[in-house]
Design a protein around this ligand. Sequence first.
Ligand code: SF4
Length: 122
Amino acid sequence: MQLTLVFISHDLSVVKHISDRIAVMYLGRIVEVGPATEVFGKPRHPYTQALVSAIPLPDPEKERQRKRIILQGDPPSPLNPPAGCPFHPRCLHAVEACRKQVPAFELRGNQQVACIRVDEIV
Ligand code: SF4
């Protein structure tokens, strides 16, 4: 039908089932983009990894074994984002360079990821 719909939600389990492509945003910036199956199957950005790890599983046994990534701290104000990578104050993988450098998009497979350590953390 030559039709595009943009669906914005915090409910990732819904997003997963209705989307062809997903863009994950943090502080108003896109941090990862790619096909839904790949973003959910192999999230590459640390924020996407934390979001995907938070999705409850319907199987009680798998739910008990699910390992969540718990982010530290609260999101900063989007009106005054941190220097460098906006995610660095909460990122478990942040290094000194993350405080100075705004990450450009890196293409990995079909996913674009805004992280300078994308190859080290997957
Ligand atoms: S650039 Fe650094 S702080 Fe930002 S997501 Fe990657 S590792 Fe974390």
